[in-house]
Design a protein around this ligand. Structure first.
Ligand SMILES: [Zn+2]
Length: 106
């Protein structure tokens, strides 16, 4: 009767192979995704690849003041809104801009 060790060794080998395949599949998928993001960018759409679980934007948006303006608004906005509205994201909204966007300082 052969010892179980050989089966265990096989399993270890398979696991290693699996890891290798997984990381290969991962990098292939990542390449595809990067390519897709590139295409989206060429279409003028701003997307980025983020590894890991995505953070709940809705949850963090509601009670956090905007990083740029330094105050919160109702409905809430964040600096990405600046990019959408202004085309860049390093200038706080002015009072008239807020009115234009129907945002109220809170
Ligand atoms: Zn802001």
């Amino acid at each position: 009767m052969p010892r179980d060790e050989s089966a265990l060794d096989q399993l270890k080998k398979l696991n290693k192979e699996r890891d290798g395949l997984l990381s290969k599949a991962r990098s292939e998928a990542l390449e595809n995704a990067k390519e897709a993001v590139k295409v989206l960018k060429e279409l003028g759409l701003e997307y980025s690849l983020v590894e890991g679980k995505s953070q709940s934007v809705k949850g963090s948006l509601s009670d956090k003041p905007c990083d740029l303006c330094g105050f919160g608004t109702s409905p809430p906005h964040d600096k990405r809104k600046h990019r959408w509205v202004l085309g860049f994201e390093d200038t706080p909204f002015t009072a008239s801009k807020l009115r234009e966007l129907n945002l109220t300082k809170v």
